[in-house]
Design a protein around this ligand. Structure first.
Ligand code: FES
Length: 327
């Protein structure tokens, strides 16, 4: 049976059946509701139900607390409808339309264990996105999500960072079989990991190729001459796992940016330990900060817990994009 879901902001509507979650139904209807992990872990899809009967599947309590439940908040990625529903999503605008588009591989550069793939977009089609959003590459019948690593100011190009993962459907292809000028289809833009319009100092925290959307956001800030106080804290297992580090000093000349690279190896010039160790050691009050975090789910959960419970971060100022690797 189908139900109608209405979003108060913008009076948008979409339909959903009782077997699917509200987030998937909205994305199918090309309504780009806020989301991140799609698995009940990050809280990015949290919103309020002002009318209707909802059932929630299992989720992480960090993403949705008992207080939230008592106040009629839900996670869209874990919610199914048993009646018509009205959602309250403050500040929501539908953003740019989600499109499925062809692209042509312009270059594949392998830097250590990361392939930097540049896709050229068709000259006769418009593709708009916000810095920090992601796309799904459609390859051999499967969708694989990758953050866009360039800002929208680089017109006609999409840059992706693909870590080599043995047996990974698209990762193996990027390393072994994809060729220049090959056509790849993708769907996007999606996601809400975007810079907020404030002047608060921001920690940009990432692990591995979680650097990609942060690169896009920083490039956008350079284009806008945004001089907000920033601290990039980037972690990798070893010093060899970092890539594109040559652009960091260039950014430091253009932005109000401090950079800390963290690795488990003892390497001169690098902090030894995890990004969360560094943050715990270096800060004692993040009450006036925002945190933008992108990387593996364990890091994001750990960082959220440390920042909100020990370092006084206002939970509303934590923005995350969770990477869940898929084969
Ligand atoms: S909790 Fe729903 S998208 Fe992350």
């Amino acid at each position: 049976m189908g139900y109608k879901v209405t979003i108060e902001q913008g009076s948008l509507e979409f339909s959903v059946n009782a077997q699917e979650n509200l987030l998937n139904a909205a994305l199918q209807a090309k309504i780009n509701l806020p989301h991140g992990c799609k698995s009940g872990s990050c809280g990015a899809c949290k919103c309020k139900v002002t009318h209707g009967d909802i059932e929630l599947e299992e989720y992480n309590k960090i993403a949705l607390s008992d207080d939230d439940i008592a106040n009629n908040y839900i996670l869209l990625c874990k919610a199914s409808a048993h009646s018509d529903v009205i959602l309250d999503i403050p500040g929501f605008t539908n953003g740019f339309p989600i499109k499925t588009m062809p692209s042509k591989i312009e270059s594949i550069d392998k830097v250590g264990s990361v392939a930097i793939l540049k896709l050229k977009l068709p000259a006769n089609q418009i593709f708009e996105f916000y810095a920090g959003q992601y796309i799904d590459i459609i390859y051999e019948g499967k969708n694989r999500s990758y953050s866009i690593a360039n800002s929208p100011t680089s017109k006609g190009i999409i840059e992706l960072h693909i870590r080599y993962r043995q047996g990974g459907v698209f990762s193996e292809a990027a390393w072994q079989t994809l060729t220049i000028n090959q056509i790849l289809r993708f769907k996007g833009p999606m996601g809400n990991f975007t810079l907020q319009n404030t002047t608060k100092p921001a920690l940009m925290v990432c692990t591995g190729t979680g650097f990609a959307p942060i690169k896009a956001i920083l490039e956008q800030m350079i284009a806008e001459n945004n001089q907000r106080e920033l601290h990039l804290i980037w972690g990798n297992f070893t010093a060899e796992d970092f890539y594109l580090t040559e652009i960091l000093p260039v950014w430091q000349n253009q932005l109000n940016l401090k950079v800390t690279l963290c690795t488990n190896d003892k390497t001169e010039g690098y902090y030894t330990g995890m990004v969360t160790d560094y943050i715990q050691e270096s800060f004692n009050d993040l009450n006036q900060h925002e945190i933008y975090a992108c990387g593996n789910p364990a890091m994001i959960e750990n960082l959220y817990n440390i920042a909100s419970s020990q370092l006084k971060l206002d939970k509303r100022n934590f923005y995350s994009d969770v990477f869940t690797p898929s084969i």
